[in-house]
Design a protein around this ligand. Sequence first.
Ligand code: PEP
Ligand code: MG
Length: 319
Amino acid sequence: QDASDRATASQPAQTTDGVHVAVYANCGSVEEAEAAASLGAEGSGLVRTEFLFLERRDAPDEEEQLRVYQRIATALAGRPVAIRTLDIGGDKPIPYLPLPREENPALGLRGLRTSLWRPDLLRAQLRAMLRVQPAEHVRVLLPMVTDLDDVRAVRSVLDEERASLGVAAAPKLGVMIETPASALLADQLVREVDFLSVGTNDLSQYALALDRGHAELAPRLDGLHPAVLRLIATASAAATAAGREIAVCGGLGSDPDAIPILLGLGIRELSVVAGAVPRVKRIVRGLSEAACRSLATEALAQTSARAVRELVQAKTLGT
Ligand code: PEP
Ligand code: MG
């Protein structure tokens, strides 16, 4: 199937009843961005910038970041690119960023909190993003947001750096929906951001209070749990009501059982590992959006992730 998936990968993916689903790639290096372009990705819904900050003695400066972000944007040749600000914390120590020792790193200084704690790093990163050309394709994505205060704090830094660089147009600003708080408050967030992107890996971890890195428990972490699906449904409904884009960029977006449910919940953009783009497009082409909608309604009423998986597997969703 791989060969035939690849042959059709450059074509957009539509459901059998004509609904377009954009398939983007997550990128953690320039090479992945190049692979994404050749595998038919319509852009990048998530550039994980951590790769540039790990395993080195000092932080990359604005110029170095600009060079790398520019290469990623160039590889994706005018397609939209959502560059995420640094998502780092106590679990991934970096020598030049000594974080206080924490009992619960997953609940401590990580993601955007780390950036706001070290605004010098945030400023350099935002300046590099603002300088990438063509600017209209670059989007700024914020990890580990809980509420509008987070957005406002970044917006003011972004506006200051934009003024200092003489950049007239504000880039699209979006937030990861990966804390239960952000999903529940999505109706408020969409008033001040341009797009949402659901990080199902962390959203599942925080909703189910189950460490995604736990050696024994992590295999039980399933984003198809109805509690997680209800959070995604809440965020999706808020985005749709406000006319804002909402994507899924966590691992659930490439899970064949999850794709029909996500479409049924109103998701129209999936960002997945580059290698999965052709397969995800093929899966979308085999689904009817109308059938996905009724499936999603039933999924929300299930009592466990296992029951949701059994439900999906028992259905034929084409036609
Ligand atoms: C997520 O949490 O689902 C996500 C996409 O971000 P990361 O995996 O980088 O934490
Ligand atoms: Mg995450």
